[in-house]
Design a protein. Structure first.
Length: 456
């Protein structure tokens, strides 16, 4: 974790200029203002990693400014300076929420040491937050189960690529575990202690996705009453995972390409860019090469993303992993039934799991096991506890037509599509996001089809 942008607040111009030189020489982007009021206006318009403010200033002093900053933007790191060196000023600054106190006069190394300490504190805070999230989830983020040769080949590739900053494109069917592999790339890299930020490009409307990724300046559009830091900047020092990259609108693909090439972020409505250090991992269930050929995805962006490609096999391509995965999920969901000891699958249940084709891949298996754990009457999970689609194979959608059957391809495809959407919505209990994943559709495309078929 390293800070990039610093706002210096001091009513003495020579000191502001000195601090700006010290900070810029060490790679920071520094902006200086001469009063607390100017600082609040600047913070409302732009994002800063750290504020370095004098204590003694006319009208709005540094302690009052610190309180105002933390009221409006909790979590901002503030360091206060004072020429008076009084213990009381230091105590008041800490009470107001400042991270540290820097007495004047100071040497350049004093300033830089103070910033390095603040960066280390922020790094530890983020690492602690990540570990707590994993503990609440009850399982490690890097729990990839797969002893089959196809998955071992994937894991060998991940181990080779993880230490590098190289851009990676993960492709595979929906539900194969693309985000899990992206997290493994992050956790095995030198960036493991920094943020892992995931963005589902298919779940966010195109008009909002740009501000989600790159942020916006104050007044960039109606209701933009305050500057917003984008997710690309949130991932600074870490990994930005762009899931379903194939759903990215064409006009935003241009801006993403520029971001990858220049390694800088320009918020919507802003005239200034901010340098970032981010490793980008993208994933898609679509064949992006075909999308390029169809004019739906930029070729230059495709080659920029696909520096290293990792293909995840479908679950049906690695049948030897099915039982270990099922038992892994059984152990994960067993705490849902604390009153039942020794939960296990009946032999016929395992046979039924092996017989299913798993169009939703590992995600579908996970949900099937979770349902079975919840519904099982005792310690043995029987076939009756499995979802209908797993327990009884459905009709072959590509079966041989019978005499007199309607042979219209268009009507047959429409009927099949409607039936698949109904089944996906049933399996997910009406959760449209999960249904879109099972169907290998973008969220927006599913909404259009639900409306078209009157399934709302």
């Amino acid at each position: 974790m390293s800070f990039r942008t610093v706002l210096v607040v001091d009513d003495e111009e020579p000191l502001r200029q000195l601090l700006a030189v010290i900070l810029r020489d060490r790679g920071y982007e520094a902006r200086c203002v001469g009063s607390g009021e100017e600082a609040l206006r600047e913070l409302a318009a732009h994002d800063y990693d750290l504020v370095l403010t004098d204590v003694r200033m006319p009208r709005l002093d540094g302690i009052a400014l610190t309180r105002a900053i933390l009221e409006r933007q909790p979590g901002t790191t503030v360091i206060v300076m004072s020429a008076y060196g009084s213990h009381q000023a230091a105590i008041e600054a800490m009470k107001a929420g400042a991270y540290d106190f820097l007495p004047k006069p100071f040497k350049p190394d004093d300033v830089l040491l103070c910033l390095r300490k603040a960066e280390e504190r922020e790094r530890l805070t983020r690492e602690n937050r990540r570990l707590r999230t994993e503990l609440r989830a009850g399982f490690p983020s890097d729990a990839i189960v797969g002893g089959s040769e196809p998955m071992q080949a994937v894991l060998r590739q991940v181990a080779k690529v993880a230490p590098q900053k190289t851009t990676v494109l993960i492709h595979g069917e929906s539900g194969t575990g693309k985000e899990l592999v992206a997290r493994a790339l992050h956790d095995l890299s030198p960036r493991a202690a920094a943020p892992f930020v995931a963005v589902n490009c298919g779940a966010i409307p195109g008009e909002l996705l740009e501000t989600e990724l790159f942020g916006h300046a104050r007044g960039a559009f109606t209701d933009a009453v305050r500057a917003k830091k984008g997710l690309a900047l949130e991932a600074d020092g870490g990994t930005l995972f762009l899931d379903e990259i194939g759903e990215l609108p064409l006009q935003l693909q241009v801006k993403l390409l520029r971001f990858l090439q220049e390694e800088e972020v320009r918020p919507v409505g802003d005239t200034r860019s901010v340098k970032v250090d981010v490793r980008v991992v993208a994933a898609s269930a679509r064949d992006l090469a075909q999308a390029v050929a169809a004019g739906q995805f930029r070729e230059d962006l495709y080659w920029r993303l696909a520096v290293v490609g990792i293909r995840l096999p479908a679950l049906r391509e690695r049948p030897e992993d099915l039982e270990p995965l099922a038992r892994h999920f059984l152990a994960r969901f067993a705490p849902l039934r604390p009153e039942v000891r020794g939960l296990d699958f009946a032999p016929e249940t395992l046979e039924r799991l092996r017989a299913h084709r798993w169009p939703g891949n590992v995600r579908e298996l996970m949900h099937a096991v979770e349902r079975a754990v919840v519904l099982a009457d005792g310690p043995v999970i029987g076939e009756e506890d499995l979802p209908d689609a797993v327990r009884s194979p459905g009709p072959d959608p590509a079966g041989t037509p019978v005499p007199g059957q309607d042979l219209s391809v268009k009507r047959a495809v429409r009927a099949l599509e409607e039936r698949l959407i109904r089944e996906a919505l049933t399996r997910t209990g009406g959760n449209r996001t999960r249904a879109a994943e099972l169907l290998d559709l973008s969220y927006r495309a599913l909404l259009y089809k639900i409306r078209d078929y009157g399934l709302g």
